[in-house]
Every structure is written in C-alpha cells, then in structure tokens.
Design a protein around this ligand. Structure first.
Ligand code: ADP
Length: 484
C-alpha cells in the first residue's frame, strides 16, 4: 500500500543512530492490522547496533547536558510544533501500522506532542535546594543532574505517545536516549525521529533502533553499563524480566506495566454519565490501553438499567478500517489478541455469564471483534483476574461499598481505577481506599500531560507527566561545603 501523505519523507524505514539514517543488514515487514497489507519493510537492527547507539548517546550526553534548560526547551518546543504541523501525516502512519481510527490516531499525536510542550517548559525549572547546615561551618546544597543515557522500550498500543512521554522529560533535563519501538509499530517512532532531526535535536541525543529481536536489543540496553536507566511500558511479565536484567548494573527504572482497572458504578451515580464514562474507559482504542476498564462493578439497584444502557451505547460503535469515515473501532492488533478476548468470553459463559451484546468476531473477519457486553460476571472469572485488552465489558453485580472495595483491590495490579458516585463522603472514602496510582472520579478519561501517570503494586514504578515526571530522569547530588 502507499499511504496518502502530504510529506512522504515522514515514512522513514531506516534506523536512526547518531544522527545518521541506517539501512541495516536485514529488513522486517510492517503490516496494516486492518487489511494485512504490507506498509513498509523496516531496517532490522540487533544488539551490536544497539551498543553503537548507546555509545553515540553516551558521547552526545555532556554536550547536550551543558546547554541551558531554555536552549534544550527551545528545541523540544520546535519538535512539538513540527508534530502539530504534521499531525495529519503522523496520524495516517499511526493508523496504518496500528489500526486505531484516524481521528483517534490524530488525538494521540496531539497527546504525544503535549508532553514535548510540557517538558520543554519544565526544562527551565529543574530547581535544586539549599538546606541549613548541620554544623556552624557547614552549608548544604542539592543539585539535580541528568541520570545519563536512557534506554526505552515501548509497546504498540500508543506508538507515538508512549515514546513522547519518555523522551520529552529525558531530553528536557539533559539525558540522551535510545528508543526501541515495538516491532509492530516502528514507523511512528521513525517519523518522530525525522521531526526531531528537523527540530535540531543534535546527533546522538535521540536514537531509534527498530528491531524484530526484542529480547536481544532489550538485553543489550539492560546490560550495557553506559545506560543509566531503563524506561519501559508494556506487560508486567516483561517488566519483571527487565528488572532482573538490570539488577547486575543496578539501573534506575521507570515501569508502566499492566493494569486491570475496576470501574465502579454506585446506585447514587448519574447513570447516563457513568455509561458515557464506561464507554470511553472500556472501548477507547478498542479496549487496548493499560488504563482500560476491565472489571465493571455495578450496584444491584442500578445493575439492569446500566447493563441495558451500556449495551445500547456499545451497539452504536462502528467497527471497521480506521481510515473509513465514521469508524469508531478498529481491528485488534493481531490474532493472539482475538484469542485472548475469546478465551475470556468462553470462560465467563462457562461460569454462568450471559451475553448482552456481541460476544463474537465481527462479520468483517480478520482481527475485527464485535463490541461485547457480558452480564452476571463474577469475581473468580478470568476476565476479572487478567487484563483483557479488548472490547469486552464485563459487568459484575455488587451490594455494598465494603464488598466492592474488597473486589476492586483483589488484584496484583494497581494502575487505574474509576468510580461514579454523587455522595461526597463516599467519594473521599473510595478515593482513599482504592489501591491504584490513578483514580477517575465521575470520569472515564484521566490521561493528560499535566498529571502524574503511573501505577502501584505490580503495575509499575515511577510517574510520567506533570512536574513529578521530570524527577524520574534526575539524580540528586548533595554538596557539603565545610570550613566556612
Ligand atoms: P504488550 O502485550 O503490550 O505487547 P509486551 O510487554 O509483550 O506487552 O511488549 C512491550 C514491549 O516490550 C514491546 O516493544 C515488545 O517488543 C518488548 N519486549 C517483549 N519481550 C521483550 C524482552 N524479552 N526484552 C525486551 N523487550 C521485550
């Protein structure tokens, strides 16, 4: 396929290392999940290329860190502006390789760019500290310095934004960066590199290593002593593995891992608002986000009404190719994703759940799946234990606040949680009781660059976005000045 781009130069298939575009020895295919068509063949780099990129990033570090925050911020701001100017093309590349509807892809580009804007501004505000001395002749000063070379591993579900929200704070404070995008979606990352180069990001500061060999590149990033920090978004399984691989060199880590978000509807809630929130929290990106509602708990008195209203809304979703107008719901990323949704449905039905809507693959075939609502789901079913990552809304009935807190917290994950209630005291109690890094109260959409995104428990370490997000890329150095 040829993509309709205003600037065909954005469809880059070479790797980007030390400011040079590299063909690489081998190539791998990137396909459109909606059609199976070949989009491009991309340079397939390996561990040795990764080591070279790390060397380049290491060499570029001191020069980049020596710039003022204002100077680095100006470059990031230009990168942001170029992403906005080219948002249509970037969205086209993103939809082609990932499948989400074009308007949603364009929204992701704006979301990704917002991190560049935010951290371009924050670059000027990396404040240290003075501490009153502990002895009469002593003075204490705390500096904040960039951690150094950052290795990044990111997933396919947000091919632009997951990289943007890591690279923006890293570069803002003076770190340099080696990105390994998901093998399913390298084109969005390479398009970002094209724009980084145009924005004036110096050679070696931002490198992109497309590779089919996730394990090989990952092992090099984790083991190489020149890498100071790994930042990863993906599954808890791989996050655990990376932590193990980082242990020998005691690397810093930021981990955004799996979620299993509870979405709770109390009987005092604005039910229509709760339905709208559930639609966003569940079906955005076809259920393929780590903050997607996975377990929907509805209080008994409003259970039937909520199930009917949600099914009616979900029936209006239009499944199809993300480039077609009016499509709200693209394909799932691959057949393994379809199998997982099917397994969760089969397990729930075997346990006594009932289909209110969907439940099967969509008539379009491929990896298209019908938006699905199941009722009479119970806490022991697979869909309540594991992240589905697909368009399956599983409705669990509950009676009391204590019962739902117990069910919601009965998970090794703790990324996002949502609840709907209009009782102020209950809002506070729930907000404090839920074991998660983020809580949406009367909203199903919580992601923004101005707030700290991240999880607790086995959902990860660290925060992305907000003034806190920059701290993940900084070291403290304490100076003790004596003899005064
Ligand atoms: P997802 O289910 O979202 O694909 P994964 O954790 O499997 O989550 O993948 C997230 C990213 O981690 C992807 O870019 C993937 O290629 C990469 N990855 C998978 N396995 C490894 C590994 N062993 N080492 C490093 N990266 C890996």
């Amino acid at each position: 396929t040829t993509l309709a781009l205003n600037d065909p130069g954005l469809l880059e298939t070479r790797a980007y290392v030390n400011g040079v575009w590299i063909e690489g020895g081998a190539r791998f295919a990137v396909q459109d999940p909606a059609t199976g068509d070949l989009i491009a063949e991309v340079a397939d780099l390996g561990a040795a290329d990764t080591a070279a990129a790390i060397d380049a990033a290491h060499a570029a570090g001191p020069g980049w860190a020596a710039l003022t925050g204002k100077e680095r911020g100006a470059i990031l701001r230009r990168w942001h502006d170029l992403m906005i100017q080219n948002a249509d093309d970037l969205a086209t590349i993103l939809t082609a390789e990932m499948g989400k509807p074009w308007a949603e892809a364009r929204g992701e580009i704006l979301y990704g760019a917002s991190f560049l804007e935010w951290f371009a501004e924050e670059a000027k505000r990396v404040y240290g500290e003075t501490i009153p001395g502990h002895q009469r002749d002593k003075r204490i000063v705390v500096l904040k310095q960039p951690v150094g070379v950052v290795g990044s591993i990111t997933p396919w579900n947000f091919p632009n934004a997951m990289i943007a929200r890591k690279v923006a704070p890293a570069l803002a404070v003076g770190c340099t960066f080696v990105a390994r995008p998901a093998e399913l979606t390298p084109l969005s990352a390479l398009a970002m590199a094209v724009l980084a180069e145009r924005a004036g990001v110096p050679a070696g500061v931002f490198n992109v290593i497309p590779s089919q060999d996730a394990a090989g590149v990952g092992a090099e990033l984790c083991a190489n002593p020149k890498v100071a920090k790994i930042t990863f978004t993906g599954s808890t399984r791989v996050g655990r593995l990376l932590m193990q691989q980082c242990a020998p060199t005691i690397k810093k880590m930021s981990l955004e891992l799996g979620g299993n978000a509870p979405f709770i509807v109390f009987d005092d809630a604005d039910l229509d608002a709760a339905v709208d929130g559930a639609m966003i929290a569940k079906f955005r990106n076809n259920g393929q986000t780590c903050v997607c509602a996975n377990r929907i708990y509805v209080q008994a008195r409003v259970y039937d009404a909520f199930a009917d209203k949600l099914a009616a809304k979900a029936a209006q979703l239009r499944v199809g190719n993300g480039f077609d107008t009016g499509v709200t719901t693209g394909p799932l990323i691959n057949s393994a994703a379809v199998s997982k949704v099917e397994a969760h449905i089969a397990d729930a039905l075997a346990g006594g759940a009932e289909v209110v809507l969907g439940g099967t693959r969509a008539p379009l075939g491929g990896t298209f799946f019908a938006p699905t609502v199941l009722r009479d789901v119970t806490r022991d079913m697979l869909v309540c234990r594991e992240e589905t990552f697909g368009p399956l809304a599983a409705l669990v009935r509950f009676e009391s606040e204590d019962e739902v807190i117990d069910m919601a917290n009965d998970s090794e994950f703790g990324l996002a949680a949502y609840f709907y209630s209009r009782d102020l005291a209950r809002v506070w109690r729930m907000a404090e009781a839920l074991e998660s890094g983020m809580v949406g109260v009367n909203t199903g959409l919580i992601s923004t660059e101005v707030a700290p995104f991240g999880g607790i428990k086995q959902s990860g370490l660290g925060r992305e976005g907000s003034r806190h997000g920059i701290e993940d890329y900084l070291e403290l150095k304490y100076l003790c000045l004596g003899g005064i």
